[in-house]
Design a protein around this ligand. Structure first.
Ligand SMILES: [Zn+2]
Length: 123
């Protein structure tokens, strides 16, 4: 493995790469996520223990709550602008809500993961 290449993916692009594409913050190999919002136990390539640095519990409410409030406000605003039929609303929000919450959770978890790894000098 070329360590020089992984150095280039660090920093701000590293957060997006980890959050959206599931790249390991240390070796940039795919597979950092085990589920939509759950980190894998460890990186399959470099063995970095991702799960150990995963933020858990109530801290995540600080991310989910504001996102939920924004989604509710967006839904109310949309309803004010266009009166969509109920089936369209169910289809629309049924896709948007899990997607937005998952992406927000992933960004928050990836940011916390990278910060913790950097603090311990692992990346
Ligand atoms: Zn790795």
């Amino acid at each position: 493995m070329n360590q020089g290449d992984s150095q280039d993916t660090k920093g701000q692009s590293g957060l997006t790469a980890t959050a959206l594409f599931g790249l390991c913050p240390r070796c940039a190999t795919k597979g950092a996520w085990a589920g939509p919002g759950a980190l894998a136990a460890r990186c399959g390539a470099c063995g970095l223990e991702l799960e150990r640095y995963e933020p858990r519990g109530r801290a995540m409410y600080l991310v989910v709550l504001p996102v939920t409030i924004l989604l509710v406000l967006a839904a109310l605003k949309l309803d004010e602008l266009v009166q969509l039929p109920v089936w369209a609303l169910i289809a629309l929000w049924g896709v948007i809500v899990p997607l937005v919450v998952t992406v927000a959770l992933r960004f928050a978890k990836a940011a916390a993961l990278i910060a913790r790894l950097e603090k311990e000098g692992l990346i």
